[in-house]
Design a protein around this ligand. Structure first.
Ligand code: HQG
Length: 183
């Protein structure tokens, strides 16, 4: 993706997941923004984005982070919010094992408290070790944790699968985490 588009994509993540107020934008309860309003607000705040570029960002984004509605009037982030939005996802049966990529320095806290959502609405889990490794590598040498997801679901935890393939759950207690492998 062109450099300017990467910058705009990060700007869109910030606005649509974390801080629409920063540009005076309102999201609806499901996290959708009117595209016309969004582009106006971005322009007013010195971050002009052309409509065609917005479409290209949504189409080519490496993780499918954004969705545009069928009428092509509205846009939202598919996951990763820290603001309270209802993505309308239904609880979904997870595979036996899901993975979480993190780094060494968080392990003591994770051993004590399990995985916490922190600033985000959910803990993010990956279907493969490859994806988890990339997530962990954002912060340093990745450590891959295995989560016994089916057992957790059996015990009553809800799991959700975002439209772009990220598994979400509220929290993972330490007893469901295998700390064995790293990578
Ligand atoms: C760690 C990216 C201490 C956790 C990725 C992680 C993902 C704890 C960090 C998405 C902890 C939170 C989310 C505890 C968890 N004590 N540290 N009890 N529990 N942690 O960014 O999963 O590029 O909020 O291991 O692809 O790293 O934004 O979560 O290191 O899907 O689209 O606290 O972000 O997607 O960090 O990443 P984050 P994450 P995007």
């Amino acid at each position: 993706m062109r450099k300017a588009l990467v910058k705009s994509s990060k700007f869109l993540s910030m606005v649509l997941r974390h801080d629409p107020d920063a540009i005076g934008l309102a999201l609806d309860p499901e996290g959708w923004a009117n595209i016309h309003d969004l582009l106006e607000a971005a322009r007013r705040h010195d971050h002009p984005i052309a409509r065609d570029d917005l479409e290209e960002i949504v189409r080519t984004n490496d993780k499918g982070r954004f969705a545009i509605d069928p009428a092509r009037n509205r846009i939202r982030a598919r996951q990763g919010h820290s603001i309270d939005v209802d993505l309308g996802l239904s609880p979904t049966k997870p595979p036996d094992t899901l993975y979480h990529g993190t780094v060494e320095r968080f392990l003591d806290a994770i051993r004590a408290d399990g995985l916490r959502a922190g600033a985000r609405q959910h803990v993010h889990l990956s279907p493969t070790t490859d994806v988890a490794r990339k997530v962990g590598a954002r912060r340093g040498r990745p450590v891959i944790l295995s989560i016994r997801a089916a057992e957790m679901a059996q015990a009553g935890s809800n799991f959700y699968l975002s439209e772009n393939g990220v598994w979400l759950t509220d929290a993972v207690p330490p007893e469901y985490i295998d700390f064995g492998s790293d990578g």
